[in-house]
Design a binder for this molecule. Sequence first.
Ligand code: AMP
Ligand code: GLY
Length: 425
Amino acid sequence: MRVLVIGSGAREHAIVHALAADPVVDAVLAAPGNPGIDLVAQCLPDCGPVTDPAAMSRLAEEVGADLVVVGPEAPLVAGVADAVRARGIACFGPSAAAAALEGSKAFAKEVMAAANVPTALAHVCATEDEVIDALRATGAPYVVKDDGLAAGKGVVVTEDHDEALAHGLACLAREGARVVIEEYLDGPEISLFCLSDGTEVRALTPAQDFKRIGDGDTGPNTGGMGAYSPLPWAPDDLTEQVLDRIARPTIAEMHRRGTPFAGVLYVGLALTSRGLRVVEFNARFGDPETQVVLARLRTPLGQLLDAAARGRLAELPELSWHDSAAVAVVMACEGYPQSPVTGAPIAGLEECGALADVQVLHAGTAATPEGVVASGGRVLSIVGTGPDLATARDRAYAGVAAIDLAGCQHRSDIADRAIAGTVLR
Ligand code: AMP
Ligand code: GLY
């Protein structure tokens, strides 16, 4: 099987790595890929914009792909999966209509209501007066979300009424824009990836992400600064609850609407004092959670994604997992997330990669004649694995220490509270 992976982040590097290890996969190609992916797959840096459905589907045909795996949300929302399927090529990733579960928070809320999925009460606002009324109705802490895609930066959670109002009005500034204002959900967050072929659903293993830039969950939201799996503090029946109350009803509702969802439904949850609530849906794998989830997956990834893409998930045996833990630490460049500074040289990549049970996954990196440099906000994901979370964390941080990147920012507390047993306190 020849697999084309679309994307260029550490998530795609992890996916490429897992695909390359699957015995039925003969070749992995990446569009555009990155310098780390280039070591395990054939990168196609001149592929054109990944959000161009015609260009991506033509490329899939040209390279003779049997399966296309779409990593990021923007190509999905733009209709890349539809265009690939229209050429008769199997694609792992939802249609544009189904990717609206991520592309529009208002649409996601509508589907959740129809499917009776537990989530925060929400107000969809289109005018300043509606924003003011909604802020009054929910009260502090305020949760104000841009309706459309915003790369993890469209959400403001604040005690400050003026800041909440300002963000709400900023979101409305675009023509036809809407803003979602919702009830605050307390409690730890969980990410659970649920694979679907449109009818059948299989859950991967839960992970926790760290969204804020600073230790102790301080500072602005980012795309994600670290992750770990498993979650020793989560309820034993977490996955069953999510499948029964959230994932299967949502997949059934999308099917009923004539827009079946085939791909990965990323269920972002809060474990609140009143039970599980959906914080968000995404239509793709999460980054950096994928880095830890795939590090623990024993089932060959190519066969799994191919089955989901071809409506054959029900034919697969139960998924199988390594009895191990994984921790990912994201190394971001100076100034991320507000004003990333690119161009700094990265040293120590080989030393880091040579450490036992440490994986160096590239995201914002570029190869230059002088060596690899930082080229984007999140630069690397360093993944440590081991028999328990403490060992995996220590290995990940030993990897971080081996890298030299001027101005680098990383959190130093990834998985600490899970290891100390204080997540639920
Ligand atoms: P979203 O883009 O919807 O995932 O939101 C980004 C982040 O904002 C989430 O991961 C949460 O940390 C936070 N957040 C979103 N919605 C809520 C909510 N209703 N209550 C508390 N925090 C939230
Ligand atoms: N880690 C959060 C996301 O991928 O959206």
